[in-house]
Design a protein around this ligand. Structure first.
Ligand SMILES: Nc1ncnc2c1ncn2[C@@H]1O[C@H](COP(=O)(O)OP(=O)(O)OP(=O)(O)O)[C@@H](O)[C@H]1O
Ligand SMILES: [Mg+2]
Length: 272
């Protein structure tokens, strides 16, 4: 194992922060889904939201998932993140089959390895924006134990600057706009420097400028921290920053193509 900072090109912002993410050495996919099916049986008519999906995501890949409303994108996101159980099939994260874990172990794996950005933000309503970010770090377990590291305030400031939420951190979610809540949710997901970022419509509520800032942030974390990123989006421009685009329809992945990376990250967006 070695710190990713050793092998990454020098950037100004890297010099200022400890890059704690570690690159595992094996070349097995970091996310592996095999014949995943999810049937929701709660209503009168069972709904098969995901049917027989298999996919492998390599370490450091940036994958976009695109598809019409109701095609099963969020359900796939929940399955890959271990937030719901598959009716059939399995999910293996970094060589570990979710099904082989107890509830507690699954929660630990999730909190330690995965940063989630939810379509509906899922911020805790009674905490401020800052409280939401801090608690995510606390529950990730990174501050615990003898090798524990306290929350890196400089890195937090840096994320909040890039996401333009500095002035809003003392407010509760109900006092923030949808776009601000989304950006807080992104800071919350990235503060732990997770190996995997799962983002469900991270730009869904944002204007073009904020959307660009969020995409630049995700791309940068992917490139510079070596994070594996899987982003669901309706927006073709957002999808084009990915290295691979998967198209979903009626619960299945029907097509796959290389991302064009036509979306240019402006130097201003990447500069600190
Ligand atoms: N908890 C649930 N119980 C029953 N059916 C559900 C549940 N969640 C989702 N569904 C159904 O499963 C299907 C897939 O839903 P899902 O939320 O995964 O779609 P999506 O692609 O994320 O859509 P959107 O783009 O609108 O977010 C839909 O038909 C939806 O109505
Ligand atoms: Mg959805």
């Amino acid at each position: 194992m070695r710190a990713s900072s050793e092998r990454l090109p020098h950037r100004r912002w890297q010099a200022a922060f400890t890059i704690a993410t570690v690159q595992p050495e094996e070349s097995s996919p970091i996310i592996l889904a095999e014949k995943l099916t999810k049937v929701y049986a709660a209503g009168r008519v069972p709904v098969t939201a995901v049917r027989g999906v298999s996919l492998a995501v390599e370490r450091g890949e940036f994958v976009a998932i695109v598809g019409p409303s109701g095609s099963g994108k969020s359900t796939l996101f929940y399955l890959l993140g271990g937030l719901t159980q598959a009716t059939e099939g399995r999910v293996v994260i970094d060589g570990v089959d979710f099904a082989s874990l107890s509830d507690g172990e699954r929660t630990r794996l999730r909190k330690h390895r995965i940063g989630f950005v939810f379509q509906k933000f899922n911020l805790l309503p009674t905490l401020s924006a800052m409280g939401n970010i801090e608690i995510a770090y606390a529950v990730s377990g990174r501050a615990k134990g003898k090798d524990g590291q306290p929350l890196d305030r400089a890195y937090l400031d840096h994320l909040c600057d890039l996401l333009s939420i500095q002035g809003r951190l003392e407010h509760r979610p109900s006092e923030l706009s949808g776009g601000e809540q989304q950006r807080v949710a992104i800071a919350r997901a990235l503060i732990t420097r997770p190996a995997i970022v799962l983002a469900d419509e991270p730009t869904g509520n944002l204007d073009t400028k904020s959307s660009d800032a969020v995409l630049a942030m995700l791309l940068r974390s992917n490139r510079e921290l070596g994070q594996t990123t899987l982003m669901i989006t309706h927006n073709p421009e957002a999808a084009s920053i990915a290295s691979r685009i998967l198209y979903m329809r009626d619960g299945e992945i029907v097509r796959e193509e290389k991302g064009s990376r036509s979306w240019a990250v402006s130097p201003a967006a990447l500069a600190v």
